[in-house]
Design a protein around this ligand. Structure first.
Ligand code: 2P0
Length: 347
């Protein structure tokens, strides 16, 4: 192996939270546990080329879609300087990072979860090539460092369903990294669908990092954290039993609580748009009329994630085409299924 130059590449997905992470304690630790599933199509591909230097700390060049991106480079450099404690070789390497998303450009969505998990996986692969990381510890370390980059990213290093945050409801959980919970998940959830309805593309008015920070002085923060713990424990039971009605109720309540927290922050803000609410009402009406198990969840933005079991997907997709597409910007929506997790790319 040429040790003056080492490279690694990974394709890593985004994920959608069912119980939400909203509020931090300490540095990048969650105030309550969260549960998500990994998506199959919304991914970032990242390639890292590490060139040996004389030392003096990590340096980097970052190319996004082939073009050097200075704004992202500054954010990444801050992360990499922290990562020097976990990847000591970084101190004597110059990194050339090339990254691109598989989200359609026209969707205007980007994901810190897919980009930071892809980067952390590349760093772990290089660690492994240097003989510093065992197979057994690989994904735990990747999740740990994804979390340092962006909290929700730690849930993206595995496929299927994942839990991040220490909870007495499940042994082996941690605030520092996510764990995969597929072995408790009922088959009805295994191929769940997530259709992302693009209500509005483009940059959000308030970043998630700012939103998290507002919880520090939020009047309802303690209540929220208790609810997050309780909903995590309840969702674990639901995922095990396959109770779809209870799933619908809990996941929609979590999404609305997230946005209610934004609207009741010390500096209040609203990320939903009129079409977000119109779509939510349509989804709930259609569910009441048909008895199907379609439901919505929301991320920190205006777009709606429409979730449903695989065996109801034909009817849900017809409903989207006839009733919902008109509310989507440029008629855009992205169809995802529970994903298998990141893939290593041969370099
Ligand atoms: C989540 N979100 O659980 C929640 C729900 C958005 C809504 O985690 O500051 O990008 O980088 O740790 O992970 C988005 O926040 O925030 C997020 P940082 P992150 O998915």
């Amino acid at each position: 192996m040429n040790t003056s130059q080492i490279q690694a590449a990974w394709k890593s997905p985004s994920n959608i939270a069912l119980v939400k992470y909203w509020g931090k304690k300490g540095f990048q630790l969650p105030a309550n546990p969260s549960i998500s599933f990994t998506l199959d199509k919304a991914t970032t591909e990242t390639k890292v080329l590490a060139q040996k230097t004389q030392g003096g700390g990590v340096s980097l060049e970052l190319y996004f879609d082939g073009e050097r991106n200075k704004a992202f480079e500054d954010k990444m450099l801050g992360f990499l300087r922290r990562a020097e404690t976990g990847f000591e070789w970084l101190k004597e390497h110059h990194l050339i990072i090339q990254s691109s998303n598989t989200f359609p450009h026209s969707s205007g969505i980007a994901s810190s979860a897919s980009s930071f998990s892809a980067l952390a996986l590349c760093l772990c692969s290089i660690d492994q090539q240097l003989g510093l990381l065992s197979d057994k510890d690989f994904f735990e370390k990747a999740s740990y460092w994804s979390r340092v980059g962006s909290g929700s990213a730690c849930r993206s290093v595995y496929g299927g369903f994942n839990l991040w945050g220490q909870t007495d409801a499940l042994i082996g959980t941690s605030d520092e990294y996510a764990v995969n919970i597929d072995d408790i998940v009922h088959p009805v959830f295994k191929n769940f669908k997530d259709t992302i309805l693009i209500i509005e593309k483009g940059k959000k008015a308030v970043s998630s990092t700012t939103g998290h920070a507002l919880l520090e002085t939020h009047p309802f923060a303690e209540h929220r954290y208790r609810a997050g713990f309780k909903n995590t424990a309840t969702l674990l039971e639901i995922l095990e039993s396959g109770d779809l009605d209870a799933f619908v109720q809990l996941v929609e309540a979590e999404a609305l609580m997230l946005h209610a927290l934004m609207m009741t922050s010390p500096t209040p803000f609203i990320l939903m748009k009129p079409n977000t609410l119109a779509v939510i009402e349509k989804i709930q009406d259609f569910r009441n009329q048909t008895g199907l198990h379609l439901l919505f969840t929301l991320d920190a933005g205006a777009n709606v994630h429409l979730l449903n079991p695989e065996n109801e997907d034909n009817r849900v997709q017809e409903f989207i085409k006839s009733e919902l597409v008109g509310y989507c910007q440029n008629a855009l929506y992205l169809c995802n299924t529970v994903g298998k997790g990141p893939e290593k790319i041969n370099t």
